[in-house]
Design a protein around this ligand. Structure first.
Ligand code: AP5
Length: 215
C-alpha cells in the first residue's frame, strides 16, 4: 500500500489546514491539527486548555513536551494505523525528534507550503472560523455563501483571537525563529516536497494531490 503518513509544514496562514482537511477526506486518513486540539481544550476549559491559552493568545509556541504528548497519544489510536496528516506538528527540532521516535522516520513525507509573509498576513487577518465546527473561510478569497454563517453547519463565523495583525506578525516571527529550520532538516533527509502555496485553493490542491499520490 502507498505510504500515507504526511506532515504539512509551513508558515501560519499558508493554507495547511484548508488543504489538510481536503486531502484527509480524499485519502480517508485522519487530519490531526495540534492547533485544533489545543483550541478545543481551551473551549472546554480543561487543564491542557488552561496551560495552552496564554501561549496561544500571545502567538508563542506551547511547550514541546505538552504538544509531543498530545500527538503521541493521538497517533496511538487505531484510526492512525494506515496513515495520517499532521498539520502544525512538528514545529521545533525536539518535536521532530519525538516524531522520528514514533515513525522510524523513513516513510514520512513532509509537504512544505512556501508562502511569503505579507500574503500570509492578508490570509490570516481576513480569516473567519466557524465557532461550531472549526471550518475556515476568508472574507475575500473563500467567502461563505451567507455572510457570517458557516456553509457546512450554519454556525457563527468568528475571528480567531490570534488572527489580529499584531499576533499574526509575532506568530510569523516565531515561525522563522523556531520552525523554519525544519525545512532544511527534512530536505537533508530527502523527505521534503516543496509546494508553491500561492494561487487559488484549487490550484494549490492540485499541486498537493500530485505529490501525495492518488490512493
Ligand atoms: P495552528 O492552528 O496550527 O496555526 P498556524 O500554524 O499558525 O496555522 P493557521 O491555522 O493559522 O494557518 P494554516 O496554514 O492552517 O492556513 P489556513 O488553511 O487556515 O496553531 C495555533 C497556535 O497553537 C500556535 O500559535 C501555537 O500557540 C499552538 N500550537 C499549535 N501547534 C503547535 C505545536 N506543534 N507546538 C507548539 N505550539 C503549537 O488558511 C488561512 C486563511 O487563508 C483562511 O482564511 C483560508 O480560507 C485562506 N486560504 C487558504 N488557502 C488559500 C489560498 N490558496 N488562497 C487564498 N486564501 C486561502
Amino acid at each position: 500500500m502507498t505510504d500515507r503518513r504526511f506532515v504539512f509544514l509551513g508558515p501560519p496562514g499558508a493554507g495547511k489546514g484548508t488543504q489538510a482537511a481536503r486531502a484527509a477526506e480524499r485519502l480517508s486518513v485522519p487530519h490531526i491539527s495540534t492547533g485544533e486540539i489545543l483550541r478545543r481544550a481551551v473551549r472546554e476549559g480543561t487543564e491542557l486548555g488552561r496551560t495552552a491559552k496564554g501561549y496561544m493568545d500571545r502567538g508563542a509556541l506551547v511547550p514541546d513536551d505538552v504538544v509531543a504528548g498530545i500527538v503521541a497519544e493521538r497517533l496511538s489510536e487505531p484510526d492512525c494505523r494506515d496513515g495520517f496528516i499532521l498539520d502544525g506538528f512538528p514545529r521545533t527540532t525536539p518535536q521532530a525528534e519525538a516524531l522520528d521516535g514514533r515513525t522510524n522516520g523513513a516513510s514520512l513525507l513532509v509537504l512544505y507550503f512556501d508562502l511569503d509573509d505579507e500574503e500570509a498576513v492578508e490570509r490570516l487577518t481576513g480569516r473567519r472560523t466557524c465557532a461550531s465546527c472549526g471550518a475556515n473561510f476568508h472574507l475575500k478569497y473563500m467567502p461563505p455563501k451567507v455572510e457570517g454563517r458557516c456553509d457546512r453547519c450554519g454556525g457563527e463565523l468568528v475571528q480567531r483571537s490570534d488572527d489580529r495583525e499584531e499576533t499574526v506578525r509575532e506568530r510569523l516571527r516565531v515561525y522563522h525563529e523556531q520552525t523554519r529550520e525544519l525545512v532544511e532538516r527534512y530536505r537533508a533527509l530527502g523527505r521534503l516536497a516543496e509546494i508553491d502555496a500561492n494561487g487559488s485553493p484549487e490550484a494549490v490542491g492540485a499541486r498537493i494531490d500530485a505529490r501525495m499520490g492518488d490512493d
